[in-house]
Design a protein around this ligand. Structure first.
Ligand code: SF4
Length: 357
């Protein structure tokens, strides 16, 4: 049974959400229970979405006691909840060890999308991001990532709605917490559980090259997004120190491998920063790099980052940038801003919370 015990503090019991169906079956076997019990537990967790073992009423009292004795539910304590006029709801959740993470529910016309966090903080150091300011505190376990979606689904249950898509774009670098992220994903797409469509899930990386190859070789249809943010090696290194570890051209080569292997379109995330990477020549250079790739560019005008003196790109420059890409045959959209009125940019809420402590 694979659990991220090394990421856990103290002598805590494992989280029940850390177990996938195979793990539960193994556990049932080890405990002299028939295999179908695992299916029943999985159903209580992800279809009926109970809050504790006592609610699993088709299990014997002894079995419930045994589960309770060996596992914990993940408790995400709501520290802050901010609701935007556009329907975006952002949560700051407290974990068992006093760390705090952000999870966002975004309302689209096609359904509800959840943005999840994979690490407490982040060590990647992107210069426009608040999540990285205090460095990496620890990885989340698969169960702690799962719990964010289950909690969001419980909130949506009250309105008769469901989680229709997931983006792994919250704080942290999912490919630096690869095993937990993959385990989380496999729990999410399981047809006997939440059954989220694979094509409705996107995992976003800053370009951890070895794990792009690994991901390309996984048997899934989950989408991949790359935070590219610059059209060349030099500028990218300035904005994203991770580029010194995994240079621009190595990332591109890994992506070409991914494309050849999966045939799935890649999304490039490009944060526009006023006067830094948002000029027409940057767009032209980016277009020449991407010209033969099956891809889509998502432009994200960054919010003002006081710590970095970054400013927003003007509306005019945003459209100019988009036009240059489009005229050069690159598929491009500007990300619809959500939760602009509630500090929804990644890490801002947690940063504020840390300042207040
Ligand atoms: S943008 Fe993502 S990868 Fe970069 S520092 Fe922020 S959380 Fe980490």
């Amino acid at each position: 049974m694979h659990m991220n015990d090394k990421d856990r503090c103290g002598e805590m019991k494992p989280f029940i959400y850390d177990l996938n169906l195979d793990d539960l079956q193994e556990w049932a076997k080890e405990n002299g229970e028939p295999a179908f019990r695992a299916g029943q537990i999985f159903d209580w967790l992800y279809v009926k979405r109970v809050n504790n073992f006592q609610e699993m009423t088709n299990l014997s009292k002894e079995l419930r006691a045994k589960l309770e004795d060996q596992f914990e539910f993940v408790t995400l304590k709501e520290i802050t909840k901010l609701e935007s006029k556009d329907g975006t709801v952002k949560f700051l959740f407290g974990l068992h060890d006093d760390h705090a993470i952000e999870t966002v529910i975004m309302k689209h016309n096609y359904g509800n999308s959840i943005c999840v966090t994979t690490q407490v903080g982040c060590r990647i150091g992107c210069t426009f991001c608040a999540s990285t300011l205090g460095g990496l505190k620890r990885n989340l376990t698969a169960g702690e990532i799962v719990a964010q979606v289950v909690q969001a689904q419980k909130i949506l249950d009250e309105k008769g709605e469901r989680v229709s898509s997931i983006v792994i774009m919250g704080s942290g670098e999912p490919f630096e917490n690869y095993e937990a992220t993959m385990k989380f994903l496999r729990i999410m797409i399981h047809e006997k559980g939440l059954n989220i469509g694979q094509r409705h899930i996107t995992v976003s990386t800053s370009g951890i090259v070895p794990n792009i190859y690994k991901f390309a070789n996984e048997d899934t249809q989950i989408n991949l997004a790359i935070s590219i943010h610059a059209p060349n090696d030099m500028l990218r290194s300035k904005l994203m120190p991770v580029n010194r570890r995994y240079p621009f051209e190595d990332v591109m080569e890994a992506l070409r491998y991914y494309l050849a292997k999966t045939g799935r379109r890649i999304t490039f995330e490009y944060a526009l920063i006023g006067g830094v990477n948002d000029q027409p020549e940057h767009a032209a250079e980016l277009a020449s790099v991407l010209k033969d790739m099956l891809c889509h560019v998502n432009l994200i005008p960054v919010n003002h980052v006081p710590e970095r003196k970054y400013v927003r790109t003007s509306r005019n420059d945003i459209f100019k940038f988009q036009r240059v890409l489009a005229e050069n045959g690159v598929n491009v959209t500007i990300r619809r801003e959500q939760g602009h009125d509630i500090a929804a940019a990644c890490g801002q809420l947690r940063a504020k919370h840390m300042e207040l402590r």
